[in-house]
Structure formats: C-alpha cells, structure tokens
Ligand binder design. Structure first.
Ligand SMILES: [Zn+2]
Length: 592
C-alpha cells in the first residue's frame, strides 16, 4: 500500500529522536511542578485579572506539550508492536499522570474561589472563559471535603472499580464455540460478535444464541456487579446531594433534565416509525419478521461494490464541498497532508478515531480502510470530527474545547448525512439506494431507538432499587425486557436468551458515571433535526452549522441550539429530526 495512506507525524514534533522526546516530557513535568509552587494556596485570593492570567497560561502550557504527547499516542496507535513506540507511549502516559497530579490543586482551589466569590464568573475580563467557569461552578455544591474525596477514591479502588473491571475481564478472557462450515471454532468475544453482521442468517442466529447462553450461565456475577454498582451510586448521590441518579451525568453533559425529558418523550411517541422501518427491512430481506439476529445484518441485495482510496476521497470531498467550499478544502487537506492513517496493517490499533491537533488547527484520523461502503462512511464520519476540530481550534482556547458527548458528534453525523445525499444522487439502481438508506437508518435505529431502550432500562432499574426490591438476575432481565419491548413492540422476534442482553453492556458497569446512554440518542436526533433545517433553509443554514461547530464548549448545548433558533426543551424541536428519519423511510419504501 502506498505512503499516502499512512500518517506523516513529523508535523507534530521538531525531532522524532526518542531522547529528544523524553527530554520534552521531562521538561513538561518540571514545568508543572514549578507552576504548582507558584500558584498553590494562592488561587483563592486571585481577582478576575489574576484568574484570566492563570487560565491563559494553563491553555498555553497545554498547547506547548500537545505535539509531543500526541506524537507518542499516535505513533503507538499506528504500531502497537514497535518497541520504541511502546516505550514512548509509556513515558508519555507517565508524564501525563505526573502533570495531572501536580496540577490537581488548580480545580480544587478554583472551586473554592468560585464558591466564595461566584460573581467573578460575570467579570468582563473573563468573558471568554465564562462558560468554562460556570461549568466549574456547577460541580462545586456536590464536592465533598478533601479528606472525604480521598476516602472515596480509596474505597472505589476495591469497590466499584473492581466490579467494573470484573465485568470487562470476564468478557475479554472468555471464549465461545461457534460451528462454522461444519467445524467448531473457539472464538474470543471480540471475534464472535463480528458474526452478528454475517450474510449467513443461520450463523448470525447461532452467534447470538451462543453468546447470550454463555453469558446467562454467569448471571450471578452480572447481577452481583450491577447490584453493587447501583447501590454504590445511590449512596454517592446521597452524599454528594445529587437530587436524582441522573444528576451527575447531566452535569457532565452540560444539560438539564427538561431537555432529556422532551427528547425521550419524542422517542416514545415515535416507536411506530421505527417499527415501520423494521417491518420494511424484513420485507427487503424476504422475511415475515426480523429476528434480533437480523437487525444489523446487511441486505441480501446490497451490491458488493468496493471503493478505491481515490474514489472514497473524491466522494467525501465533494460531499463536504457541496455543503461549504471551505469544509471541502479542509477535508481535502487532511488527505493531502497525510493526516489519515487508513492502511490495513498488523499491529495497528483497531477501530477508528479522530484526534484533534489543537495547536496545528487540524486533526489526525485512524481507520483501517478495506474499501467497503461502511469504510467510506467511517471516513466521512471521522472527517466530520476533523472539520469540527478545524473550526473549533480556530475560534476557541483549549479550555473551551472540552466538548461533551451530546455535541461532539455533530460534525461527524452531519458528514454522514452529506455523504448519504451524494450516494443517493449517484445511485444507479434501487438496490444501491436501498443499501445506502438501510445503512443510515440502521445506524439511526441503533443509536436512537435501541439506546433509548437502554435508557428506559437504567431508569427503571434505579426505580426498582429505590422501591426496595432486590435486583437478582431474573428481576433485572424482567426490567430489561419491559424496556426493550416498549420500543420494539411486536416488530421483532427475540431469542429467549436475549433477556440477558443487559449483562454485556459496559455502560451499566462504568464506575462513577451512570446514564452514559442518552447522549447517543441526543446526538443522533439533534443532527437529524439540524439536517432537516438545512434541507428547509438551504445555503442560509451553512453559517449556522459553522457557528455551532466553532463554539466548542464555550456554550451549553441548550444555548448552542438557541443560537440557531431551536429550543431543545420542546417536543417540536426533536420531532423535526423524526421528520427527517421518516423521509428516509418513505424513500426506502418507494424502492420496493
Ligand atoms: Zn464519532
């Protein structure tokens, strides 16, 4: 494969000599120490000008070290088997931890300053950091004393963290037996789930059956873990004075409950729309009804078309250029400057990601490109994150680029929709159109509706505990099936083993972070609503999206939406996104 599909990481550092890199890391750790000496114990008495100076210096420092840290991380992602990469990655991680520890006092002292003098947030000198300070202020009422916080950290080590690790370790160490072409194969979890998208229906069904049957055998492990994590969370909510089990997640996502209530109400109101899509997909697959093992399967009519690297580039650049010429130019620059590592290689990290290079006002993308339509979509998705990085790094300070998960996917999902538009325009047959529409609707269904079921499940689980019920495996499964069926109704057939689906969803086991789910629903429907608005307003919508992607985290999602005339507390806003989904479903129906 050619060099153009490999990163050029030389842009990040002045030298790639390991000794030179190690020296820079050392210097950064020293600098953080000096900073601590200079500011520790003094932040509480700073005035607005002093706070501004501190925040500006903090941003400057993070930019100084960014290139070297990123070089180490990306070099390792590109080849995890290379010894030098491993060593650099390790040194960078260690330096990062040391810097974090040295500067931990800053947030604590800043919190104390804001608690004693909250009006400082309004100071004209700090206008650029206003929302950054508001977010810090929101956390303060829920912090415990320093001693208590240390105790919490210590008990978590062998408490919730250990339960969570047990779940992860179980999944990554177990193997499953699948009969493929008459031969029994022993597969790790990561590999057997690949069969969920296999074109052979019986194999897909078998893979689902094997996984969930094996998971159910250890229900005692899963229910013990979930029970402990739930009770721990409820205890912490009481101590931290969170009014509900969701508060912590709302603060982290910079949102209010009212917006999520409107969003989830809209999801429930539209379950029939999703069921209609599932029935349509069953028809396209020539089945009387979809089984849960068919839901992410490819359509049998999907053309086996492969895209070359150049075709993919041309297609994606044209999709973005059609929306905004500068978007297209930036996307093209990502290819031209070799910011995309797409070569399929051994030792490379799996999956795909986009890493913002703030100092270079750009980004780096990793994926493994095999030329499938899925790969082209992944590329368009990651390049949308790239455009977000180009705009955000030009308009904001690093402190204002801590984007929460609800907004982080705006550029990427919008990019997928732009690609969809191009692909639908150039499609030459109904089966090509069906493949494109099923791709976008499958993703919408999984991220919006499937994840909604997970949200309803988590909500009811806490209600069940709060009502004094004991969460054993069967009780949790009942709660899961009720939540699931409220979304899917009778539009899908479920294997009996699927009542254990909750056992493998990592979200429920993440320590100290509950309700990890609704941001996925938010992001999907939010972007579908934006896209709908684009279709209605045409080019006058372009500056609105530019503004949204330029804002970074300098505004809350509520205010970002307000700027483009949306109120995320109303069902009408969210319904706009559903209208777009309905249009795609109507288009699909017409191809039948
Ligand atoms: Zn993404």
């Amino acid at each position: 494969m050619s060099e153009e599909m490999r990163w050029d990481l030389l842009q990040l550092v002045k030298s790639t000599e390991p000794d030179w890199i190690a020296k820079r890391l050392e210097e950064a750790v020293q600098k953080a120490g000096l900073w601590r000496e200079r500011y520790q114990g003094k932040i509480e008495s700073l005035d607005a000008k002093g706070v501004l100076e501190l925040l500006e210096e903090k941003d400057k420092f993070s930019l100084e070290i960014e290139g070297v840290l990123q070089y180490c991380a990306l070099r390792y992602a590109a080849d995890t088997t290379d010894l030098v990469s491993q060593q650099l990655h390790n040194s960078a991680r260690k330096a990062g931890t040391k810097i974090g520890q040295a500067l931990a006092f800053m947030d604590i002292e800043m919190g104390k300053l804001l608690a004693s003098n909250p009006t400082i947030v309004e100071a004209p000198a700090l206008v650029e950091y206003k929302h950054y300070l508001e977010r810090t202020l929101r956390v303060i009422p829920h912090l415990l004393s320093e001693t208590e916080e240390r105790l919490v950290m210590a008990k978590d080590q062998n408490g919730v963290n250990a339960w969570s690790q047990l779940q992860g370790d179980w999944l990554s160490t177990r193997t499953f037996q699948l009969t493929v072409d008459g031969k029994v194969r022993t597969l790790p979890y990561g590999e057997i789930i690949g069969y969920y998208q296999h074109h052979d229906r019986a194999l897909r069904k078998q893979a689902n059956q094997v996984v969930y049957h094996d998971l159910s055998k250890d229900e005692i492990v899963w229910s013990s873990a979930i029970r402990a994590i739930c009770s721990d969370h409820l205890q912490m909510c009481e101590w931290r004075k969170y009014p509900s089990p969701m508060t912590q997640s709302l603060i982290a996502n910079d949102l209010e409950q009212g917006a999520i209530d409107a969003l989830m109400r809209t999801m429930m109101k539209n379950v029939d729309l999703y069921r209609r899509y599932l029935r349509l997909k069953a028809k396209l697959m020539e089945l009387p009804k979809l089984g849960n093992w068919d839901v992410v399967a490819p359509l049998p009519s999907t053309p086996n078309k492969k895209f070359s690297w150049d075709e993919s580039r041309k297609l994606i650049v044209s999709a973005y250029s059609h929306f905004d010429q500068q978007f297209g130019d930036w996307v093209d620059e990502m290819y031209q400057k070799r910011h995309i590592d797409a070569e399929v290689r051994k030792g490379k990290e799996s999956g795909a990601f986009c890493s913002t290079w703030f100092g270079g006002k750009s980004a780096f993308i990793l994926q493994s490109f095999n030329g499938t339509m899925n790969d082209v979509y992944t590329q368009a998705h990651e390049l949308g994150h790239g455009v977000h990085a180009y705009l955000g790094s030009r308009a904001q300070k690093p402190s204002n680029y801590e984007i929460g998960s609800c907004i982080a996917e705006c550029g990427s999902i919008f990019g997928e929709l732009l690609l969809t538009e191009r692909l639908l325009k150039s499609a030459k047959s109904d089966s090509e159109r069906q493949a494109v529409l099923a791709m976008i609707l499958d993703e919408f269904g999984m991220s919006a509706f499937q994840v909604s079921a997970r949200y309803f499940f988590e909500k009811s689980m806490y209600e069940t505990v709060q009502a004094g019920k004991f969460l054993d495996g069967e009780t949790i499964s009942k709660v899961w099936v009720t939540a699931r069926d409220s979304v899917y109704g009778d539009a899908m057939e479920w294997l009996p083993e699927m009542k254990w689906e909750w056992t493998m969803k990592m979200h429920y086991y993440i320590p100290n972070y509950r309700f990890y789910n609704y941001p996925y629903v938010f992001a999907q429907l939010f972007v579908f609503s934006l896209y709908r608005l684009y279709k209605e307003e045409g080019t006058s919508f372009v500056p609105k999206l530019r503004r949204l992607l330029s804002a970074g985290s300098s505004l809350s999602p509520t205010d970002l939406a307000k700027e483009i005339g949306f109120d995320i507390y109303t069902d009408e806003f969210w319904q706009k996104g559903m209208k777009q989904a309905k249009e795609f479903i109507d288009q699909l129906e017409k191809t039948l």
